[in-house]
Ligand binder design. Structure first.
Ligand code: ATP
Ligand code: MG
Length: 466
């Protein structure tokens, strides 16, 4: 079934990437082989979105593709030749060209025992994960749609190609990929596909955690991330079991109108698509079920939940092998998410000192707070949001005036402190910190002379205290 679709013209003929792909198709087809554009490009084209990369499937063995491309003057790289994939650079733009293949038997829910090269595009499309991804496009032949992928894209449905139970049993990563696509595209997972995911989610423990993390990161950055997590929590619990305690957890407080999971997922959809901010928002209240108690009036409290959320966030991110620096930043923001900060220069600078003096972290904290506020009970949203906006304005004014909020901005350094007689070692750091606090509190101006007098007095006091 070769279906032509009319909206093919959506690709602008001036699109440089597309023009290069056509050149590559032509080169392969002029030599007597068949080649199609496949994968995400076709899906995006039907959705009217701009392409970011183009994958090609071709009947030629990769060695032949390499020869043909080299003769045409295109550079090649053997990026995945075991699976028949060669990267070809056309005018510096990389294209992945993969020989038609189907996957052999799977032995452990992740690696096909061998890749089998096949002769037809139809067989190649049948091994792909979802109908929306099992489409091929050729400028002359149109869209090849064997599984109803175009209709599924048009109605926003994610459907497995073939029997879902078999397909997820073969490769469990597809389960998380399906959720990732639901988040990125705002699509629904079709019912039999959903059931296939549920029945096979236990197999996700066989998948390399790094690959799961790639999908979770992309899921979190998607336009429907929160909605997807809420809707598909029973699937995602296989890789994020921490979500289970949040589901339906009634907060029993006037500040909240949603359970912990719904609060969290609504907050996610109200913050910028940035990994640090989204991971922090996902984790910020995870400690609530553990911190929860009710008072004599039946009102829920969560004192110290930030610190408990830090435990859980660290556990998740370390398990997913996130970088130590990223884990630390998420944990720092989770810990601080509920701190009350007055929108005064002094309070903002004090918080900055707790955030490594990094204004970007402070802005991230503000965004987390905005998301948090947006998913609280209605009466608290507007006033709390105004406070957060005021915090960021205060930061802007501190930065504009170049006021000191970190040791590097202090008009005196460690050498000066030693020259003033403070003993080398930990005393130097303490002296600088005391000076910074005094500057932030506006009891001492950030000027060398005033700071020298301050250090003298501080050092004398230290010595007399001993
Ligand atoms: P994007 O590039 O936006 O992530 P994509 O659909 O191109 O979307 P890729 O991960 O680049 O996704 O994969 C390219 C194509 O390869 C997919 O469209 C799909 O047809 C196929 N594919 C990728 N991973 C799998 C898998 N685990 N099982 C089956 N088919 C897959
Ligand atoms: Mg792709």
């Amino acid at each position: 079934m070769h279906t032509s679709i009319q909206n093919i013209n959506m690709i602008s003929n001036d699109d440089a990437l597309y023009q290069r792909a056509l050149l590559l198709l032509q080169t392969l087809e002029d030599a007597g082989f068949e080649a199609w554009i496949v994968g995400g490009f076709v899906r995006n084209m039907i959705m009217g979105e701009t392409p970011h990369d183009i994958d090609i499937a071709c009947s030629a063995p990769w060695q032949t593709t390499r020869l043909l491309c080299q003769s045409a003057g295109f550079e090649t790289r053997e990026t995945g030749v075991l699976h028949g994939t060669l990267t070809v650079l056309v005018d510096g733009c990389p294209f992945e060209v993969t020989t038609y293949r189907c996957d052999g038997a799977y032995k452990d829910a992740r690696h096909p025992e061998q890749v089998e090269f096949v002769s037809s595009i139809e067989q190649d499309l049948a091994r792909r994960d979802f109908t929306m991804n099992a489409l091929a496009y050729h400028p002359d032949r149109g869209v090849l749609d064997l599984f109803g992928g175009v209709a599924d894209i048009e109605s926003g449905v994610i459907r497995a190609v073939g029997d879902p139970q078999t397909r997820f049993g073969e490769d469990a990563l597809r389960i998380v990929r399906g959720c990732r696509f639901a988040s990125e595209l705002g699509f629904e997972i079709e019912e039999a596909t959903y059931k296939g995911m549920l029945a096979n989610k236990g197999l996700l423990s066989h998948i390399a955690i790094e690959r799961v993390k790639v999908e979770l990161d992309r899921l979190l950055l998607g336009k429907s991330a929160g909605e997807t997590i809420l809707k598909y929590v029973d699937i995602l619990s296989a890789v994020l079991p921490e979500l289970v305690a949040m589901r339906s957890f009634d907060q029993k407080t006037p500040y909240h109108c949603y359970d912990v999971l719904e609060h969290t997922t609504r907050a996610i959809d109200n913050v910028k698509p940035d990994l640090l901010i989204r991971w922090t928002t996902l984790c910020h209240d995870m400690g609530k079920p553990a911190a929860f108690f009710t008072d004599d009036d039946g009102v829920g409290h969560f004192y110290g939940h930030g610190a408990m959320s830090v435990f859980i966030a660290r556990g998740i991110l370390e398990r997913l092998k996130a970088s130590p620096a990223f884990v630390d930043e998420v944990c720092l923001l989770v810990k601080r998410h509920d701190d009350v900060i007055e929108p005064t220069p002094r309070a903002v600078k004090r918080m900055l000192t707790k955030l490594h003096g990094d204004p970007a972290l402070f802005r991230a904290l503000c965004e987390v707070k905005r998301g948090d506020t947006s998913a609280q009970a209605q009466p608290y949203r507007a006033p709390r949001r105004e406070t957060v906006d005021a915090l960021e304005q205060t930061l802007d004014s501190i930065l504009a005036k170049d006021e000191a909020f970190s040791l590097s901005k202090l008009a005196l350094n460690g050498n000066d402190v030693v020259a003033l007689g403070v003993t080398q070692g930990p005393d130097v750091g303490q002296a600088l910190q005391a000076a910074l606090n005094a500057v932030i509190d506006e009891t001492v101006p950030n000027e060398p002379e005033a700071l020298h007098s301050f250090i003298h007095a501080w050092w004398n006091e230290q010595n007399s205290a001993e």
